[in-house]
Write a protein that binds this ligand. Structure first.
Ligand code: G6P
Length: 612
């Protein structure tokens, strides 16, 4: 959600900022802008993609400095217009700012500033912050850009990652963070600041993340890190592990497609070194120190949003069935605001691809405040949630760029399965039972390859229903969350209305929607509830619905009741979502492409939602 990139060094800033914005475009893409110091500040903004901005800047000319800030926007305050795009400027002190997050008390600050004579040109909270910094800027009295930014930030509430420049200090860049991610990449004689490492890694692998309330003043000779209260702090510089190839398309048409096809290898990485077949034990270094406490846990609350929540729902079933620990799943946004009960022995697990989702982060804070042991199941290494949990497990599936989450989902399910076995084996599960599931787990990547081989067939099935505006996705047990995920994928990128639910729930209302030819996707793998699912299929057929079944290889009976069958290899029921979700991902992908949509940048969505 909104991408920031800023540069100070000796190279031309413009191509660097544009390239950085393109890498961050998945975070937000309704408008973009940049400001470059060249004599004065040269500023350009444009509605639409980064390429529109790039053309505009090329035509305007003059953007030739080596200090600049840039932004790609996902609208929160104010509609998508050029006036609301960043950078925002003040009307007094030559300030320009880019911002990710929400200034919650912007209305009262705006009123105060209006009384002082400032005139606003946008509807945004960010312009209010620009004006506030401009109003307080007073270098003659010690309020240079760094001090002024610190003072201004003490006046505001909400979330921010900002990069600020000032015409009167043409060799200074000030950046700060609270709530929204930001990191500083350290090159030789240059710094590149960005919302995530994908905009940094092409230039340097030395970087440090900002913590909440950190302010960094950067010049070409060095940097100074402090808190908003001006207390000096020492940043923890680390090596970025991201490889450039991981964030490139590498011959694929879309990131989503690339990431769907990466899943077998992503899971191989996820499992590597973690499955000790001999002992029938899962080895999770990140949890080891907490193992005794975890084994004794009395209740596990998994909290997440979006796709991660669907993975968490599968985690709940796994933990209860295999580890016999009472578990529940809750939307992080709900958990945070409803006075949740945390007792002795409650463990809260935050599941998040980005590790930056504001709702999930807020739930984590709530859980910690109430004394829970907080774990993370996170993909983005070094992200805020991963830093703030007591312990956790990384997915190790590589960066996910496509806005519609795919490999992170299977990675989350895989990690939750391993966490379950980690606990189950230490509680009641026998070595043999655990070893059996581990062998099955290990075989998943190869089975996934077999599902992916059916890509062309899955496309041809999707094509048959492409003009239908309403779809249902139904499943039971472990595949009820898979059905929800299948529906979410379809609506996110193809804008087709889809609902996912437990198959039995259909007859309690949604069955009214079924009419002649309505596509109804059933996850009908051979599991304990297969017969029940078959009955639900009949209920749909008798009302004219068209059944598309995801079924287990070798199941001939399903062919008599389903119009189309997408087969997946046989697998133990608790692991089945790792395979059954793949055809659903591919269906959604093809539906979106066939309808002519931009798969990687679906309308209104953002990859990482850093506002509550
Ligand atoms: C956004 C994305 C979803 C994602 C959700 C949670 O809504 O569009 O794809 O599932 O956030 O993201 P997280 O990074 O916490 O997994």
């Amino acid at each position: 959600m909104c991408g920031i990139v800023a540069y100070i060094g000796t190279k031309p800033a413009r191509p660097l900022l544009i390239e950085g914005l393109k890498r961050l475009e998945y975070r937000g893409y309704d408008s973009a802008g940049l400001a470059i110091m060249n004599g004065g500040l040269h500023c350009a903004r444009a509605v639409g993609r980064v390429s529109v901005l790039e053309n505009k800047v090329d035509q305007l000319g003059g953007f030739d400095g080596s200090l600049g800030i840039a932004h790609t926007r996902w609208a929160t305050h104010g509609s998508v217009t050029e006036a609301n795009a960043h950078p925002h400027r003040d009307d007094k002190s030559g300030i320009a700012i880019v911002h990710n997050g929400i200034i919650e008390n912007y209305a009262s600050v705006r009123t105060l500033l209006t009384e002082k004579g400032h005139r606003f040109t946008s509807e945004t909270d960010t312009e209010v912050l620009a004006m506030l910094i401009g109003e307080l800027y007073d270098p003659a009295n010690g309020f240079d850009l760094e001090r002024t930014v610190q003072s201004a930030l003490r006046e505001v509430t909400g979330a921010y990652a900002i990069a600020v420049v000032c015409e009167h200090e043409p060799d200074t860049l000030v950046v700060a963070r609270k709530g929204s991610p930001l990191m500083v990449g350290i090159g030789s004689g240059e710094y590149i600041v960005a919302s995530d490492p994908s905009a940094i890694v092409a230039h340097t692998t030395q970087a440090f993340p900002l913590d909440d309330y950190n302010v960094v003043k950067l010049s070409r000779d060095g940097f100074r890190t402090s808190t908003v209260d001006n207390l000096p702090i020492t940043p923890k510089v680390t090596q970025l592990e991201l490889e450039l190839e991981e964030i490139e398309l590498g011959g694929y048409e879309h990131y989503m497609r690339k990431e769907i096809f990466e899943q077998p290898n992503a899971l191989r990485n996820c499992f590597r070194g973690r499955l000790d077949h001999k002992e029938g034990k899962v080895v999770l270094g990140g949890l080891q120190a907490y193992a005794p406490q975890l084994v004794r846990s009395r209740r596990i609350i998994l909290t997440a949003q979006g796709t991660a929540l669907h993975a968490a729902m599968i985690g709940e079933y796994l933990l209860e069935e295999l580890a016999k620990i009472p578990s529940e799943v809750e939307y992080a946004s709900e958990f945070r605001y409803r006075n949740p009960i945390i007792e002795d022995g409650t463990v809260v697990v935050a599941v998040s691809q980005s590790g930056e989702t504001a709702d999930t982060l807020a739930a984590l804070h709530e859980a910690k405040d109430r004394g829970a042991l907080a774990l993370g199941v996170i993909n983005a290494v070094g992200s805020t949630i991963s830093r703030e949990t007591h312990a956790g497990v990384y997915l190790r599936v590589g960066p996910e760029i496509g806005v519609a989450s795919t490999k992170a989902f299977t990675g989350q399910v895989a990690v939750l399965t391993m966490m379950t076995l980690f606990l189950a084996r230490r509680r009641f599960m026998s070595t043999e039972a655990s070893a059996r599931l581990m062998i099955e787990l290990d075989a998943i990547p190869e089975k996934m390859d077999r599902v992916l081989e059916q890509d062309a067939f899955i496309k041809s099935v999707t094509e048959k229903y492409i003009h239908r505006e309403n779809w249902l996705f139904l499943g039971r047990g472990y595949n009820y969350p898979t059905a929800m995920e299948g529906a979410l994928k379809l609506k996110e990128i193809s804008y087709i209305h889809a609902e996912g639910m437990p198959a039995a729930e259909m007859k309690h209302g949604p069955i009214a929607l079924i009419d002649e030819g309505m596509p109804v996707v059933f996850i009908a793998n051979k599991g304990p509830q297969y017969d029940k699912v078959m009955s639900n299929i009949e209920e749909v057929r008798s009302r004219g619905g068209h059944v598309i079944a995801v079924a287990t290889e070798g199941d001939q009976a399903i062919k008599h009741v389903a119009e189309d069958v997408l087969y997946v290899p046989e697998v133990a029921d608790p692991l089945s979502p790792l395979l059954t979700v793949v055809p659903l991902q591919l269906m959604a992908y093809h539906a979106a492409v066939l309808r002519g949509h931009d798969v990687d940048k679906p309308r209104n969505l953002a990859k990482s939602v850093t506002v509550e």
